[in-house]
Structures are given as C-alpha cells and as structure tokens.
Design a protein around this ligand. Structure first.
Ligand SMILES: *Cc1c(COP(=O)(O)O)cnc(C)c1O
Length: 417
C-alpha cells in the first residue's frame, strides 16, 4: 500500500527493507549489513541509534511529546532558538521553527514578501534565484527549483513565476570572473522593484545537481542585494551544521544573509524539523505593521520532541571533532575519487568538505548500480549521472575506506571498465 518518493507504485526497483540501524550501519531484514554513504539525505550526521539522542528523546517523551505553539511555549523551543542564534551569524536573532526544509522555504519566501509589504512596497513579491537549484517539493519551493529538473512544465499554472539567472560555474575564488555573475546582476538591476528576495543554496547546489561554486559569488550577491534593496535568503538546509567544512556555508564567504533556512541535520536525522532565522529589523518590521503578525503557524510547529533532540544534536556536534572528521572525509575522497577523473565515462569528480561526487557522462542504470552497491555492502543512492556520498560524520577511516572502495568498484563495473 505504500508509495515511495519519486517512484511509481510498483517500480523495477523494490526498496530494501531495513530492520535496524546502528552507527553508520544499516541492517537489512535479510541480515545484510550496509555502510551508509548518504546520512539518510544529509541528516544523520551522528550516525543511527545514538545513545545521547535516544536519551534526549526519551526524557522529553516522559514530559510531553507535543503541545500547540499558539499561545503556549516551552523550554526545548526557547533553548533551541538560543542555540541557533548563537551558532549563526550575528545579525540573525529571531527563529521561526517549522516542519521541514520545504516548509522553511515557504516560510522564508512569505517572510520576505510580508517584510516589503510592511515597508509599503507590496509590489515586491517575486524571487530571484539561480538555475540548477533545489529548494523542496511544495509548490512555493518548487517554483524556485530549477525549471527543468524541477518539472515546472508539469505544474505551469500553479507555480509562481520567478526570475532565474544562469547557475554559477566558477568553483574557486582564484579563478573568479565577473562573467559568472553578469546575468544575475542584470536581472537584479532590471527587476529589483518587483523582487522581494534572492534565494540560493550557498556554495553547494544539492539535489539540483551536486554542483559547487565560489564564495566570491555569494559576496557579490550580498553586495548586489544591499545595493538594490532586496533581501538575501540563504537556504542552508543541506549545507548547514558543518557539512561543507564550516558550520554554515555562508561563513566561507564571510557574509550574513537576511534570512537563513535550516533543516535536514538539525535533529541529527531523528525527527522532521526546520528553522527560519532572521534579523531583528525584519522581525520587528513585520510585527509592528498590519496585520502585526507573521502569517504562518503549522500544527506541529516547534514540536518539543524534535526540539529536545535538536538541542542534544547541536551539543553533540559542538563537543565533537567534526572539523577533523570532515577534513578526513575530504582526504579520503581525494585519495579514492580523484583517480576516477581519468576513467572513460567519468565527466567530473567534485569534492567539498564531507561531500564526494562522481559525475558520469551518462545516467546510471539505477536498479543495476543499486544492486551492485548493496552486494558490496554499502548504501549509496545515485540520481541521474551523479554518484555521490555524504557519510555520517562519525564514520571511521576504515569504514570510509570500505565505502569508497565499494563506490569506485561499482562505478567501474557500471562503466564496463
Ligand atoms: C532537502 C532540501 C530541501 C527540502 O527539505 P525537506 O525537508 O525534504 O522538505 C530544501 N532545500 C534544500 C537545499 C534541500 O537540500
């Protein structure tokens, strides 16, 4: 009866049933053990079944698993907001907690529009973004996803029309060329009176193609946004909590957004939760102008169970040598993946922090390559031409070695090498 994501009801590839998971290991119902290379879509940074996170959930469960957030409040949420404000760039002072990454994008877009409405500029309702982005699967979020990979043609009449600049191509500041941002600048100069905000995944375009770009691009976006009175939304849902080597990707460009979306790793992969952070000025402007409230409020907003686990997860991260682990991953990726650069059928190898990507010249045969991975004892889920890993931070050198050896061997078989 179950329908799986981005899949037909009965596909060529039945999903593998997981019986339990521990550390970086997934144990299938038939007893096979897989090393997890995906962190369950960026989220399980501390590994599965972590005693500290389990305990945080159990303790909170005995107090209350949920209470409505309208008119009531609770410590887990207040403590989480304080932690997030401390962790993120200084201008971000207010936290709106919501259910998922996609919803955080909806919230961020509404916040930007409501801000300009409050400032007497209701004409600023559109977004400017870059192609190849991924911002989630709800309609507001989809409208800023890449128009092709986001399937805009299927939903033409329900998706809002926004502005799309070409995706950045320069990867390192040393190779910076002004050309890379010329199209973006032109769109902003021409349409800024209609544009409420720029929304971008900083440095790493995730599910839209696993592409990386230069910090200089972000610095220029920040300056252009200031010049043209447009807000800057940094969607750090995938990049947040250390994955790119800094706590947040924005830090590598030394910039602070006006609005930041966080999700995925926020609870260490235990429960669905997201956060939208903004400045005192934006939150006050919305609050002091009609309708004197931010018009959003999900039923499970600030779920105490999720907040309690998020607090424990953030403490665990701060107490761990996460930078060393990310650096160890980068080194292992360089050692195992860079040699694939010369293989026939490999278009590009990309490494950033705890993200390792092999881009093939042709799309993989999903069913065949997934079986190869499982047979070799690893869990890697490619999409299209991309075979990539972003393992839990706690993965050991030995497990990393096993994961990457299996990854390259399966890709070599797929390419008939
Ligand atoms: C995963 C992701 C989302 C969507 O988050 P969900 O929790 O799946 O709704 C949005 N933006 C980015 C950058 C993501 O990586």
């Amino acid at each position: 009866h179950v329908w799986h994501p981005y899949a037909p009801v009965e596909g060529a590839m039945p999903p593998y049933p997981v019986q339990h998971a521990q550390g970086v290991h997934l144990t299938l119902e038939d007893g096979r053990d897989l090393i997890d290379g995906m962190s369950s879509w960026w989220s399980v940074i501390h590994g599965y079944n972590h005693p500290v996170l389990n305990n945080a959930a159990k303790e909170q469960l005995d107090k209350m698993s949920h209470v409505m957030f309208g008119g009531l409040t609770h410590r887990p949420a207040a403590e989480l907001a304080a932690r997030l404000v401390k962790l993120t760039p200084e201008p971000l002072q207010r936290v709106f907690l919501c259910d998922s990454g996609s919803v955080s994008v909806e919230v961020a877009i509404k916040m930007a529009i409501q801000y300009w409405h409050a400032k007497g500029q209701p004409g600023k309702q559109r977004m400017l973004t870059i192609r190849r982005g991924y911002h989630g699967d709800t309609c507001g979020a989809m409208a800023v996803c890449d128009p092709e990979t986001g399937m805009h043609h299927l939903f033409t009449d329900v998706l809002s029309k926004h502005f799309f600049a070409d995706a950045p191509t320069v990867v390192n500041d040393a190779d910076w060329q002004d050309d890379d941002i010329a199209g973006f600048r032109e769109l902003l100069e021409t349409h800024h009176e209609q544009i409420a905000a720029v929304i971008l995944e900083p440095l790493v375009q995730g599910a839209g193609g696993m592409r990386f770009y230069a910090p200089e691009y972000l610095r220029q976006v920040r300056t252009l946004c200031d010049t043209h009175k447009v807000l800057f939304i940094a969607a750090e849902i995938a990049t947040g909590f250390g994955r790119t080597g800094t706590m947040f990707a924005c830090e590598q460009a030394n910039i602070s957004p006006d609005i930041m979306c966080l999700g995925k790793a926020i609870t260490g992969g235990y429960l669905t939760l997201a956060a939208v952070l903004t400045t005192e000025e934006i939150s006050r402007t919305i609050s002091t102008n009609a309708p004197n409230a931010f018009m959003h409020g999900p039923t499970f907003m600030a779920n105490p169970l999720a907040c309690a686990v998020a607090n424990a997860s953030i403490d665990l991260l701060l107490d761990s040598p996460w930078q060393e682990r990310i650096a160890a991953m980068s080194n292992a990726f360089a050692q195992h993946l860079l040699p694939c650069q010369s293989w026939d059928g490999i278009a590009e190898v990309r490494i950033k922090g705890g993200i390792g990507v092999l881009e093939l010249e042709q799309p993989v045969n999903m069913a065949a390559i997934t079986k190869r991975f499982v047979d070799k004892g690893v869990w890697i889920r490619p999409f299209g031409k991309l075979v990539y890993v972003m393992p839990p931070y706690i993965i050991s050198d030995e497990e990393l070695n096993q994961l990457l050896t299996a990854m390259t061997a399966a890709v070599a078989e797929e390419l008939d090498l």
